[in-house]
Ligand binder design. Structure first.
Ligand code: ZN
Length: 239
């Protein structure tokens, strides 16, 4: 995905350099027939004390504020949302209307691609992709507030990010996997950090269990078994 960058005017955002991103907030620019580049140029030039991380039209994505910095896109005196704020969110502005004021589905589709990408990058669940309206009650993005179906269709385009479970200790794992992982742990195939904790993703348990069964419960011997396969005599045997 191509993401162009044009640095926002320093009067429009807060430098931060490092932070946790937990929400993605969707906006629309409320202009008719504007482009992502128009907006990036505008916010680089003018001091408005407002900003967004990304601007998206039907063809292009322009980033204006780095993800690690805080854009001023959903600040308010009063909030509807309990937790989502500028400090823990990314703001995406969609150039949603053509010159006639009609909704441009291609811009929404491109924004869905970008949103999915950012969800993966920061492990953000679909539930934490929300409208500006959901944060403060502002009528933004208006077409998606006034027509709920447009919003639901957008959300349906997003890939679901699974919150990957990571096991640190063998006793936390499913019973059927404990014996295998104890052997892998004891033989040093799975390494631990200085506190003795491993980091085994849930999704890697099944493949390792299959391999353990295929090797007759000797998965920790797999490197030796692989070496055997290099032996021409054995290769002849197994054809
Ligand atoms: Zn907004």
């Amino acid at each position: 995905m191509q993401i162009n960058f044009k640095q926002c005017n320093s009067g429009n955002y807060q430098e931060c350099n490092s932070r946790d991103v937990e929400y993605i907030v969707i906006h629309y620019t409320a202009n008719k027939g504007d482009t992502a580049k128009n907006n990036a140029d505008y916010f680089a030039r003018e001091v408005t004390k407002t900003s967004a991380h990304y601007f998206v039209d039907s063809k292009e994505i322009w980033q204006s504020v780095h993800d690690a910095d805080i854009a001023w896109h959903c600040g308010a005196k009063n909030y509807k949302h309990k937790y989502c704020r500028n400090t823990n969110s990314l703001g995406i502005e969609i150039c949603m209307l053509n010159s006639k004021g009609q909704v441009v589905q291609a811009s929404i589709n491109k924004a869905a691609q970008l949103t999915s990408y950012l969800m993966q990058k920061y492990s953000i669940s679909k539930d934490n992709v929300i409208r500006h309206f959901d944060v403060t009650g502002k009528d933004c993005p208006a077409p998606m507030v006034e027509n709920e179906t447009l919003w639901i269709n957008f959300k349906n385009k997003l890939c679901e990010v699974e919150q990957m479970k990571v096991y640190k200790y063998v006793p936390d794992m499913p019973d059927y996997a404990q014996d295998t992982f104890t052997r892998l742990f004891k033989t040093g195939v799975i390494s631990t950090d200085s506190t003795g904790a491993m980091a085994v993703e849930e999704s890697s348990i099944q493949p390792i269990m299959y391999l353990d069964r295929l090797t007759g419960g000797k998965i920790e011997k797999l490197p030796e078994l692989m070496k055997l396969l290099e032996n021409p005599e054995i290769l002849k045997l197994i054809g």
